[in-house]
Structure formats: C-alpha cells, structure tokens
Design a protein around this ligand. Structure first.
Ligand SMILES: *Cc1c(COP(=O)(O)O)cnc(C)c1O
Length: 411
C-alpha cells in the first residue's frame, strides 16, 4: 500500500508478531486475557490519533474537523477524540451528555436529527449547543422553549439538498428525506428565524456517507458551497458556520481501495478561496464518523465449536450478529459480503481451509464470514473482524437471544 496516498492501513495498525495479531503492542491472546472475556471490541488509540493527524496534514488548516459521535459513542473513545478534533456532532440527548462530559466547548457542538424531543431541545438550549433544525415545526418548538428559558437558542438550518453524494453507501440528501429542510423551503424558514430572533449560526448540508471516490466527494462539496451561497441571500445574519458534511468512507470489502484525501484537500483549497469572498465569516466544518474510528477497531470472538455439515466446515463462535450486525451483513447491505476476518492467533504458517463462521444465534442470518479461506481453526482460537470501530457495538441488537454483551476497550 502506498503510504503517501493513504492514512495508515489495517496491516500497519495491527502488525503480526510470532504468529499473533498485535494491538497497541499487545498480542491478541494476551489482550483477550486482559479483557477477561470474549467477545470484545478493541479500539487502537494511536490509530485514531494518526488518522486525525493525517487529515490535518492533507486538508486545509482552515477546515474544522468534527466527530459524529454516533459512529462510536464509547466514552473513552469520545474523550480521546475530544483532544484531537475541533468539535462534535450529535444525534441524540445521550450523545450530548457524552460530548459535554469531555469538556468540549458547546460552541463547537451541534445537534442534528429528526424528531428531537422537547427534553433534548431544552437541554441543548440550556447547554448552548447549536440545534440543526430538521423542520419548520421544530423551529417553533425551539423558539418556544428558548423563550421559556430566557435564552436565545443557537440554530442552524439542516438543508436537504437538491443533489446527492453519488456512489455513496448511504444517501442522506436529495429527493424526499426525513433529514433536513428541502432547499425550496429554506428561505421561508430563514425568514422565520429572523422574526423569532433566534441566534442564527449557519447551514448544515450533509449529502451522504461511506464514499470511497474522491471525485464524487469533491463534486458534492462544490455543489454544497454553491448551494450555501444561494441560501445565504435569505439568511437573517451572516453565516458563521457552514457544515459541508463528510461522507469519507473506509474500505470494507475485497477490491475496495482506501479513500484518497489529497485530491479532496487540494480542491478544498480552491473552494475556500472563493468562500473567503462569498461567506467571509463562515467557519467550514467537515463531520466524520467512520473515517476517524472505523479502521481503529476490531471485534474479537472465540471459536467454540468446529463442525462439518455435508462437506461445509462451520466455525461456531461465541460472538455474532447480536454484537456486530454490520459484519453479519444485516445493517443496510443489499448483498452480503465478508468483512475482513482473520484467525488472530494463527496469522502465520498455518494450514488453511475454507469455512463459514457463524455465531450462536438460532437464525441463519448469524454469519460472520462465508466461504472464506483462513488458517485452520479449532475451539479456543480467536476470530478477528477488522474495520469494526464504527457502527459495531452500538449498532447491534445485544438483547436478541439474551446472550451476554461484548466488552469494549480502548488500548
Ligand atoms: C451518521 C452521520 C455522520 C457520520 O457518518 P460516517 O459515514 O460515519 O462518516 C455524519 N453526519 C451526519 C449528519 C450523520 O447523520
């Protein structure tokens, strides 16, 4: 892998020594003993640090980096990121408590998401967190709760743009959406923000997620700036913040290549020159989730049984879909593909075989790897699922089948 063109890759993050996968210098079997149980998630602190440093190096200095907490809300991870990024983006009141506990200034925290409760809105107003408005009705609720508290709420308009981020894993803008206010409706909402004398901050324009094509991200960013300039004509004050979304993806499946950041940074330099003329007061924010934490995490479970059914070798583990829904292929994937999986204590010189790795749940959906050729494993060996630092632990149905939950460690 070309180091100059990508952030540190998985194999650099998790080297191998004496046949064992190493995480933060600890052999995987020893880490399993330290954690005290399988299954568990382990996140590599240094990898998270390196990835933010890599972004800082290749994106313009002026860009404010935010972490979208929903990717991985483990408190230690969020605390670590508080020292590395410029702000947090929240999607719930629970995430707001996590964010505020880190000491991150409320000036640099924004709260998006449809259907915010009055309790969440009230807390955000009291905290001084910026509310990214998802509808005209939400604005009325915010204004009423602000008046009750005697505080001018900080608001931004989340825009549902009239374009989408092309070839994205998840499209979150364009067409009818539950997210944001349609471009066409934004001028009326801006007028109302002025009438209600809210503390207008700016715009949030998020058009998609999990993208590996720099040219698609660049195109969406160009359109995002252009849209913001148009909308700013109707703003009740200067635009102080422009959150241009993120969408930076990570490679999960065979054939996928890491996203190249350098061309994105280069184009942003030009876009920022124009921005300085059009919206001189605006801070430009990029919000990222999985790009910052996804590759730093592994999920580790243990083989408890090996059986052969009509010629197919099954490795049955103590972990599965209930802990890691995405790796099972049931978190929005159309076609099931294998996450990168290895036998963590047999990384070298092992005999291999082609296996299906399944969990303990009584459902055929509980698959961690299908038709993968791996080191020949027996009961007691450790199955490692890579690219598990985002949308793993917190995006899985732990209660399904009433097995114990996994643990999480930041090492
Ligand atoms: C989920 C989400 C993100 C993070 O997405 P990633 O693909 O993890 O980078 C960023 N912004 C918003 C508004 C989101 O909902």
């Amino acid at each position: 892998m070309n180091k100059a063109r990508h952030a540190p890759s998985v194999l650099e993050t998790f080297p191998v020594e004496k046949g064992e996968l190493m995480i933060a210098g600890i052999p995987i079997t020893r880490l399993a003993k330290r954690v005290g149980q399988t299954p568990f998630y382990a996140y590599d602190r240094q990898n998270i640090t390196q990835r933010t440093a890599y972004l800082r190096k290749h994106l313009p200095d002026e860009i404010h980096l935010h972490y979208a907490i929903k990717a991985n809300p483990m408190p230690a991870v969020v605390q670590h990121l508080a020292g590395l990024v410029d702000g947090f983006d929240l999607a719930s009141g629970g995430e707001m408590r996590l964010a505020l506990d880190t000491g991150m200034s409320a000036d640099n925290i924004s709260f998006a998401g449809p259907g915010k409760s009055t309790r969440e809105i009230g807390s955000a107003i009291a905290a001084g967190v910026t509310l990214n408005l998802e509808s005209a009705t939400e604005l009325e609720t915010v204004a009423r709760l602000g008046e009750e508290q005697g505080i001018k709420p900080r608001v931004a308009v989340r825009v549902n743009p009239d374009f989408e981020l092309k070839s994205s894993g998840m499209k979150m803008g364009g067409g009818p959406k539950q997210f944001g206010i349609d471009t066409e409706q934004v001028p009326a909402v801006l007028k109302r923000i002025g009438e209600l004398e809210q503390d207008f901050q700016g715009f949030h324009i998020f058009s998609g997620s999990q993208n590996l094509r720099p040219e698609a991200i660049i195109e969406a960013q160009e359109k995002t700036f252009a849209l913001a300039y148009r909308l700013a004509d109707d703003a009740p004050s200067a635009v102080y913040k422009l959150n241009i979304g993120g969408g930076f993806g990570i490679p999960y499946f065979p054939g996928e290549q890491p996203l190249e950041i350098i061309p994105i940074g280069e184009r942003l330099n030009d876009l920022l020159e124009e921005k300085a003329k059009q919206l001189p007061e605006a801070k430009i924010i990029i919000e990222l989730g999985r790009y910052l934490v996804g590759e730093a995490g592994i999920y580790v479970c243990r083989v408890v049984d090996r059986k052969i059914s009509r010629g197919q070798v099954y490795l049955v583990t103590d972990g599965g879909l209930h802990h890691h829904l995405a790796a099972s292929g049931n978190f929005g994937q159309v076609i099931r593909k294998n996450y990168p999986v290895l036998i963590g204590n047999k990384m070298e010189n092992s005999e291999t075989e082609t296996v299906r790795i399944v969990g303990p749940l009584c459902t055929p959906l509980d698959i961690l790897a299908d038709n993968m050729t791996l080191a020949k494993a027996i009961a007691g060996d450790l199955v490692v699922v890579f690219q598990s630092g985002a949308y793993g632990f917190s995006a899985s149905p732990h209660h399904f089948l009433s097995h114990p939950p996994p643990l999480e460690v930041l090492v």
